[in-house]
Design a protein around this ligand. Structure first.
Ligand code: HEC
Length: 291
């Protein structure tokens, strides 16, 4: 008894540590750019730590809350759902259902887990509105059996090894991601060097960096044009125009006028990233499909 309580608490501590790490990683800025929005699974409310038995005994207390629920896996019901209860040695009948859309492997029977997610009363229609890309894979019998019973819609399921078995693997970079990445990584250093060149009123250096930016924007424009994405194509074209106007003004030795293009040029990066760039949990980026 003592032992199980202790290991349950260890799991809870690990879960929280993992979660806090995720939150910290999510708020860290990248390369001087504004921090990305929080990951989709960041709960809008504080997490309530709770044992599965307390949920089973008093589900109403927790409906709507985001919980970190500890317990032992009683049974796997489907590829993405299992039952948790308090005691791994006996079936108490006080089980709590867990739906984990991204479950990567079956939870270990009788193993202690910490489940993080929102607790609701099971209702297929409500699950469908909360988890848009998820298809319930419980049997019709189980769906009927658990209707109105507490269910945690899990965004994380952490086992005793501290591994989140409900975490989507990070997809490898596609050929398109790699093509864009090659262009993108040239841009921040070019922007920084451009600012410096403008501050130092160096026509040659300004021209050199503005040309790198112009060429890059041209390549970005070509890339998105081929994808048939008019909006992204336009942002790239805007960026190119600002680079052009820097080149023109510097040719006339008008550094003050050239400087006015720096901010709007940077804004085109932010516009496109806001809609078409996605940051993975490991800090790498991917092209995001239009919503
Ligand atoms: C029209 C869309 C678009 C514009 C404009 C754009 N980007 Fe990007 N950028 C993306 C996309 C999509 C990704 C994610 C895929 C990738 O990593 O290449 C990305 C990725 C990046 C990355 C991460 C590269 C990596 O993988 O390490 C950096 C840095 C970057 N952009 C900087 C810039 C800067 C600076 C500008 C403006 C001067 C800019 N981008 C303009 C779409 C754009």
């Amino acid at each position: 008894m003592q032992r199980s309580t202790k290991s349950t608490m260890t799991v809870a501590a690990l879960a929280l540590a993992a979660f806090v790490t995720t939150l910290t990683a999510n708020t860290a800025g990248q390369g001087g750019q504004p921090p990305p929005p929080p990951a989709a699974n960041t709960p809008p409310k504080p997490l309530v730590p709770v044992a599965a038995s307390s949920v089973a005994a008093n589900p109403d207390l927790y409906v709507g809350e985001y919980v970190t629920m500890t317990g032992a896996v009683e049974a796997n019901l489907s590829k993405t759902s299992f039952l948790v209860d308090q005691d791994k040695t006996k079936t108490t009948g006080k089980d709590v259902l867990v739906l984990a859309p991204n479950l990567q492997k079956a939870a270990e029977a009788n193993g202690y887990v910490t489940v993080i997610g929102q607790l609701i009363k099971f209702d297929p229609a409500e699950v469908a509105t909360k988890l848009k890309d998820y298809k319930i894979d419980l049997s019709p019998e189980d769906q009927a059996k658990f209707k109105g019973k507490p269910v945690v819609l899990a965004t994380a399921v952490i086992n005793t090894a501290g591994i989140d078995i409900a975490k989507k693997p990070i997809p490898p970079m596609s050929a398109d991601d790699l093509t864009l990445q090659k262009i993108m990584t040239r841009l921040p250093p070019a922007q920084a060097a451009l600012r410096k060149a403008l501050d130092g009123s160096s026509a040659d250096l300004t021209k050199e960096q503005a040309t790198i930016l112009k060429t890059s924007f041209t390549e970005i424009e070509t890339f998105w044009k081929a994808k048939g994405n008019e909006e992204a194509t336009k942002w790239a074209a805007d960026g190119k125009r600002h680079a052009d106007s820097i080149l023109m003004n510097v040719a006339n030795a008008n550094f003050d006028a050239a400087k006015t293009s720096v901010t709007p040029l940077g804004a085109t990066c932010a516009s496109c990233h806001g809609k078409y760039r996605e940051r993975m949990e490991d800090g790498t980026f991917r092209i995001k499909a239009a919503q």
